[in-house]
Design a protein around this ligand. Structure first.
Ligand SMILES: Nc1ncnc2c1ncn2[C@@H]1O[C@H](COP(=O)(O)OP(=O)(O)OP(=O)(O)O)[C@@H](O)[C@H]1O
Length: 672
């Protein structure tokens, strides 16, 4: 057998490394012997066919032990490709410390790195005598123990391996003609970066692109998997492992058969899968698969798995809630409490139209009682014993609303259950469907609703046949549909279909007579309202209408301690307008030395409230006189002017006299 001698300076781990490195190519062809210059004696002869030394300088030294110096070869070394590509993750122009076991080898490494094409970084050779504290990254070829402590990140390229040019030289010296050796060298060349060829630019770009792809794939919230035509898994992301509850070792280099054979075997047979929802234990998964083609040839598969358990639960909860809320008509027309003429008319009109089969459109501000009226109409109709189904068109995402209203056939879309589902129109058959907030209905669903109203038929999503339905539609909105039509948000043909029997419920502001009536109706306790409380409530805006009034009633019910409701028992947002601390008013009256007279006048006017009339200057002076308070006409004029300016009284021109204002009542309550 042929033989190779490797001569290094002394014993270190490098010679073992080189020996193994040589065996990768020459195992079975040559034996490898290690020598050290510091152990060789004068007269020693190296008989091996080839003698390898590490650097040119050592050739001279080696000649002393080798008869024929042609047998001496200097080893050229290269870097493993796999390692070097990590260097391209480092951003351009950074200072990088290059560290080797001594300064000379460090310089060699720097030059090697430049030669092979690392030119986007500032490579700084490490000299242990200097400090490089501002540098954070170091590159070393297998000498990380020489890297200084302050370095944050070390890229260890591993020991430099023997370059292929060196192997070819050795093969030619050993005169080995076997093709196997050449195959071994070619295979070996794949893993190193050759000094002469440098880094393949395309390879470099590919590596960087791969890095970016990996980052992208891992950022995805979907589980992603790619497989080769034979089913070998080539790429997958962390989310895939998480969803499938697998770990790296189970998936890396595995075949998709191993992964999917138990639970998702359809993934192995079906070529393309679109939005297939499956249920595995407690999870719902939405699965897509695409067979990849390259120039008409199958080139593996792309599998995407989304976990939709949460969406599924949301959908189920939402429709359950909506259904619980909207399936029964609890109210009758008699439950609509009112003393307003307009509302009384509205009720009797509703009673008449309830008996017809016609579509009703109820309009009115939010909280005016539109749903209450819709339920009452149903209960006053011949459909009373049939279902009443209410749906709030503004409360649902568009897709869900469509499937709720029209239902779907099995597997019609993502999340669709296998059995399919009846829509609300079907469920309301023979009864009434109440489409609340119809103004918020998306345009494409408006078209579908129009069709239902015209044809009295529905078609499920993904279905092919129509289903006859007999449903009365009552719709409601707090929006002005005519305005929406001009804005292009509502179909005019649907509007005219719905507006067959329009009913407008007046706002609470337009039927003030209902305010106290309803408040007392909603309060569980029998409480007396202070006169200024009534006035405040009558003058309040009630933008939230009866719903807001109902809330105020429970507020008072809960917080009022006695039997008499004062301003302080009202919610702060109502009180705030009337309830200030009156310090300004008190200061003004004191400044003008009119405080006592002003209070006396306010008390008289307050006691006079029930009469509903105002009191003139002279009447006030004579009532004061009866109480032994003397006030001249001039003084009274001044006091009334002040009170009027401070809005504590309302003085009318002419003979109307003065009345205390709500603010004046609050002021009196405050000062006493
Ligand atoms: N006249 C009334 N008598 C008794 N209760 C009423 C009256 N009007 C409304 N309510 C009550 O006020 C609350 C709000 O009414 P409803 O939900 O019917 O209003 P809405 O106009 O449909 O509101 P939105 O536009 O916000 O859907 C309900 O609790 C309802 O029972």
């Amino acid at each position: 057998m042929k033989s190779i001698a490797v001569v290094t300076d002394g014993i270190n781990k490098l010679d073992i490394f080189l020996k193994n490195n040589l065996y990768e190519i020459f195992e079975g062809y040559a034996e490898i012997n290690l020598y050290h210059f510091n152990k060789l004696k004068e007269g020693d002869k190296l008989e091996e066919n080839v003698v390898l030394v590490m650097i040119k300088d050592r050739v001279l030294k080696a000649k002393n032990y080798v008869d024929d110096s042609k047998r001496i070869i200097v080893i050229d070394r290269a870097i493993k490709a796999k390692e070097i590509y990590r260097v391209f993750e480092i951003p351009d122009n950074m200072d990088i410390l290059v560290v080797n076991d001594n300064y000379e080898t460090t310089l060699q490494t720097v030059s090697l790195l430049y030669q092979i094409g690392i030119n986007h970084l500032n490579l700084i050779p490490y000299d242990f005598k200097n400090d490089y504290e501002n540098i954070k990254i170091a590159i070393t070829p297998g000498e990380s123990n020489f890297v200084p402590q302050y370095i944050d990140k070390i890229i260890d390229l591993g020991n430099r391996i023997i370059d292929i040019a060196t192997f070819y030289k050795i093969v030619s010296h050993l005169e080995i003609k076997d093709k196997d050796i050449i195959d071994r060298i070619v295979k070996y060349s794949d893993k190193l970066i050759n000094i002469h060829s440098g880094i393949d630019q395309r390879q470099k770009e590919l590596v960087i692109r791969n890095e970016h792809m990996d980052t992208l794939i891992n950022l995805s919230k979907d589980g992603i998997l790619l497989s080769s035509p034979e089913g070998k898994i080539t790429t997958y992301n962390k989310k895939f492992l998480e969803i499938m509850e697998l770990n790296n070792s189970q998936v890396k280099d595995a075949n998709i058969n191993d992964i999917f054979k138990d639970k998702l075997s359809f993934l192995l047979h079906d070529e393309n899968i679109v939005d297939e929802v499956v249920n595995i234990e407690s999870k719902y998964l939405n699965i897509n698969k695409k067979t990849l083609n390259y120039l008409g040839k199958k080139n593996g598969a792309y599998i995407n798995i989304q976990e939709i358990t949460y969406i599924r639960q949301l959908e189920q909860n939402l429709s359950k809630k909506l259904r619980q809320k909207g399936q029964i008509a609890r109210y009758e027309l008699g439950d609509i409490i009112t003393s307003s003429d307009r509302m009384i008319k509205c009720k009797s009109f509703s009673k008449k139209i309830a008996k017809t089969e016609l579509t009703v459109l109820i309009t009115g501000e939010s909280g005016t009682g539109k749903e209450l009226l819709a339920q009452s109409i149903h209960n006053a109709s011949d459909r009373k014993k049939q279902p009443f189904i209410a749906i709030n068109c503004a409360a649902m995402p568009e897709n869900l609303l469509e499937s709720e209203l029209f239902g779907y056939e099995s597997g019609a879309f993502t999340g669709a259950s296998k059995e399919g589902k009846r829509g609300l129109f079907e469920q309301a058959n023979h009864g009434t469907i109440f489409l609340d907030e119809i103004g918020d209905m998306p345009l494409h669903l408006q078209t579908k609703i129009l069709r239902v109203l015209q044809e009295r038929q529905v078609m499920r999503i993904g279905g092919e046949s129509v289903i006859d339905i007999d449903v009365r539609v009552v719709a409601a909105t707090n929006k002005c549909l005519l305005e929406l039509i001009t804005e292009g948000k509502f179909r005019d043909d649907l509007y005219y279909r719905l507006n067959v029997f329009p009913i407008r419920i007046p706002s609470l502001r337009e039927r003030k007579e209902d305010i106290i009536l309803l408040l007392k109706h909603f309060m569980k306790r029998n409480l007396e309202l202070g006169s200024c409380v009534e006035e405040i409530l009558q003058n309040y805006n009630w933008n939230g209408n009866i719903r807001e009034l109902k809330n105020v009633a429970s507020y008072i019910d809960t917080l009022c301690e006695g039997d008499y409701v004062t301003i302080n028992d009202l919610p702060e947002y109502i009180r705030i307008k009337y309830n200030n601390n009156y310090e300004v008013e008190i200061d003004v009256l004191n400044d003008k030395k009119s405080y006592d007279n002003a209070i006396s006048v306010l008390k008289i006017l307050n006691d006079n409230t029930k009469s509903g009339k105002g009191l003139g200057r002279n009447s006030l002076i004579s009532i004061l006189n009866q109480k032994d308070i003397f006030c001249s006409e001039g003084e009274m004029k001044k006091v009334l002017n002040l009170l009027d300016n401070l809005e504590l009284i309302k003085s009318s021109v002419g003979r109307g006299g003065s009345k205390i204002s709500e603010k004046g009542v609050g002021f009196l309550e405050y000062v006493h």
